[in-house]
Design a protein around this ligand. Structure first.
Ligand code: C2E
Ligand code: MG
Ligand code: MG
Length: 658
């Protein structure tokens, strides 16, 4: 008995570790096999009826009747619960466990009682054999079957075997007494078997439970962004696919808003990633406040958020986007920092803007690109002209890589004429690209793209070499001028490339002029300054191109010694009709003369413009009046031919720098 108690106590101590799920599963095991329960009930009833028929005595009959009733009730309840279990509606509650427990104990107790009363009340050894075998067989089976709820199993074993053992002992014969002792030992053995089986079942169930908890956790991690708690890109795409499949069947509108925090990288870099993370969380909260039930928000990655709004047309999408942007204007309080972050949003609306999910996403992204390009802190809607522009941009980007290596680029030269005598003083090298599909693409379009792709340095190097090769074959001192974009001027390799080109072609440095625009002074980190001075040390000439349209601070004329000022052609275009343009051009002419710089009037197309350039005291002119940009063979012929038409009248007030 003591051993039994320890077993039960040990088991009780393990109980708190079992959570509700495990416990439910254990109760379910009790009802898992109604067949075995039915067999147990049927055999007990059959044996009972046989005993009742063979034996006299009210007590035996009464026990058999109650045994049959309990057996029937147990079979009914087991089948009923099992059906519920199969349908998935069963709730394996404490009540079901209790019902099973009472039924099981009652049935086992009645079998034990049947053994006791037959052993005491009858002398028929067949009846004894039937009742004792029934009790032992039942106890053996039940210790394994009900090990899921070990107290039921052990209780049943005790209730079936102990009264029978007592009956055997009281019967008094030696063989019966030996059997009685064996039966008590059997109780201990079966209790141990039940406990061990129980432990194994519990461990298996806990393992199963842990596995499913882990799977749940991984699924959550896979679907949600751990920083903001919003759905992540994968979940968003799945959701969008679902929405698209259902709404597009009905042809309903679906809007996608793609938002990006402006200059987030700068915030991250300057204030640290902790603040960056705080901002992302605050933005997620704010988006939840603004969007509310109108859409599903997901963090697409980095500082990008996507909002999917089912049943939303373009007008509503625009108003949601505007609300978000306005809401950003309140700024963000993040601990000691108050951040004035802004956002850009691009949106696209199905079915007009995209036939499938990927296309709609791509178009919302394009609209975002447009919003950023237009100056940020704004929302842009997708439209198909945007797509055409993007396609062209894409064609240019892919074509540019091929163009440089595939010989699609070409250099033309435009003469810069001395007003004094009509001779060509210099020729400006101008890049041309004939795209195999798109046709000629102007440099004003492809040069900024080459800059953004990081290809401009290679391109400048190519121009430099081609221009030096061409100029080396020109007679006399005619210079070649090449345009250097601000991005190239940041490259520390530029001076070395220039020297290499000069050495390879044998062109003297004084015959090479570099044209830079005022924009180089915009974000002057000191690097530009160093490179400009290095170039001047080599002996090159420097020209300030498109003067008057860019940064227009005169202070850099003081710190850099430019050899030439090229007045932007927009001033020359309006000079005949516009007194303001005339005044500006004259002032620049005077300024350059006093600073001892050469001056070039760009875009001279008419004799009248030429006349104004003369009157303003310009030293040189350039424009279609003299020549359009021409190929290298043609420019060599023009140089050899001498003074150009259009400047035959010598300028009496020529003031060239000495
Ligand atoms: P830019 O350096 O100011 O070059 C002068 C532009 O004015 C050229 O346009 C030229 O063809 C045009 N032009 C010359 N005379 C006249 C005229 O009388 N009337 C009119 N309407 N235009 C005239 P282009 O060749 O289209 O070049 C545009 C700009 O592209 C250039 O302006 C320059 O900034 C840039 N560019 C051209 N080639 C290169 C290059 O090799 N490298 C770099 N970085 N930029 C280049
Ligand atoms: Mg130029
Ligand atoms: Mg220019």
């Amino acid at each position: 008995m003591r051993v039994l108690m320890t077993l039960l106590e040990k088991r009780k101590a393990q109980q708190p570790a079992q959570d509700a799920d495990v416990r439910r599963s254990l109760v379910e095991t009790l009802y898992a096999s109604p067949a075995s329960l039915t067999i147990g009930a049927a055999t007990g009833t059959a044996v009972g009826i046989v005993i009742a028929n063979m034996a006299d005595g009210k007590a035996i009959h009464a026990v058999v009747i109650v045994l049959c009733i309990v057996a029937a009730l147990r079979v009914i309840s087991a089948v009923f619960f099992h059906r519920q279990l199969m349908r998935g509606t069963a709730v394996a509650s404490r009540n079901w466990e209790l019902a099973y427990e009472l039924g099981a104990w009652a049935y086992a107790g009645l079998l034990g009682l049947m053994g006791f009363v037959t052993l005491i009340g009858s002398s028929n050894s067949i009846i004894h054999m039937l009742s004792v075998s029934m009790a032992t067989g039942y106890a053996g089976g039940i210790s394994g079957r009900n090990a899921g709820r070990v107290q039921i199993a052990i209780g049943q074993v005790c209730l079936a075997l102990l009264p029978t053992a007592m009956g055997l002992w009281l019967e008094g014969s030696t063989g019966y007494r030996v059997l009685s002792v064996a039966m008590v030992l059997m109780v201990l053995g079966l209790a141990e078997i039940s406990s061990t089986t129980h432990r194994i079942v519990v461990q298996a169930l806990i393992g199963k439970r842990d596995k499913s908890l882990l799977a749940e956790k991984f699924e959550r991690l896979a679907r949600f962004d751990s920083l903001t708690g919003l759905e992540n890109r994968m979940a968003m795409q799945m959701r969008l696919r679902e929405i698209f499949e259902t709404t597009q069947k009905r042809n309903d509108a679906v809007a996608i808003l793609w938002m990006d925090i402006d200059r987030f990288k700068e915030i991250n870099d300057s204030l640290g990633h902790m603040v960056g993370d705080q901002l992302l969380r605050a933005v997620a909260d704010r988006l939840n406040e603004v969007v509310q039930g109108r859409g599903r928000i997901a963090r697409f990655g980095g500082d990008e958020f996507v909002i999917i709004c089912p049943d939303t047309d373009r007008v509503t999408a625009a108003s949601i986007a505007q609300e978000i942007i306005s809401y950003f204007a309140h700024g963000f309080d993040l601990g000691e920092h108050h951040l004035q972050a802004t956002a850009s949003i691009g949106y696209a609306v199905a079915p007009q803007d995209g036939r499938d999910m990927d296309e709609l996403m791509q178009h919302a992204d394009l609209a975002l690109y447009e919003a950023k390009g237009e100056g940020r802190n704004r929302a842009s809607s997708f439209n198909w002209s945007l797509k055409e522009r993007f396609n062209r941009l894409h064609e240019i980007e892919t074509g540019l890589r091929r163009a440089l290596s595939g010989g699609e680029l070409m250099l033309l030269f435009q003469p810069i004429v001395a007003l004094e005598n009509g001779h060509i003083d210099a020729c400006e090298a101008l890049l041309r690209w004939h795209h195999p599909v798109l046709g000629p693409i102007p440099p004003s379009e492809f040069i900024p793209i080459a800059e953004s792709m990081g290809m401009i340095e290679a391109m400048t190097d190519w121009v430099l070499r081609q221009a030096c090769i061409a100029a080396a074959s020109w007679p006399g001192e005619v210079r070649v001028a090449i345009n250097i974009s601000p991005a190239s001027l940041k490259s520390t390799e530029l001076p070395a490339n220039v020297i290499a080109a000069l050495l390879e072609t044998g062109l003297p440095a004084r015959r090479l002029e570099l044209e830079v625009t005022e924009s180089i002074f915009l974000d002057d980190s000191g690097q530009t300054n160093v490179i400009l001075r290095e170039l001047q040390r080599i002996g090159l000439r420097l020209a300030l191109d498109d003067f008057g349209t860019g940064y227009s601070s005169l202070s850099y004329l003081r710190s850099y010694r430019f050899d030439t000022l090229k007045v932007d052609q927009s001033f020359m275009a309006g000079i005949s009709a516009n007194p303001e343009d005339r005044a500006i051009v004259r002032a620049i002419g005077n300024l350059a003369r006093d600073l001892k710089m050469d001056t070039v009037a760009e875009g001279i197309e008419t004799p009248d413009q030429l006349q104004h350039a003369r009157e303003a005291g310009f030293t040189n002119v350039q424009g279609y009046l003299f020549s359009r940009p021409v190929p290298t063979e043609r420019i060599a012929e023009m140089i050899a031919a001498g003074p150009l038409e259009g400047s035959e009248r010598p300028d009496p007030v020529r003031r060239r720098r000495a």
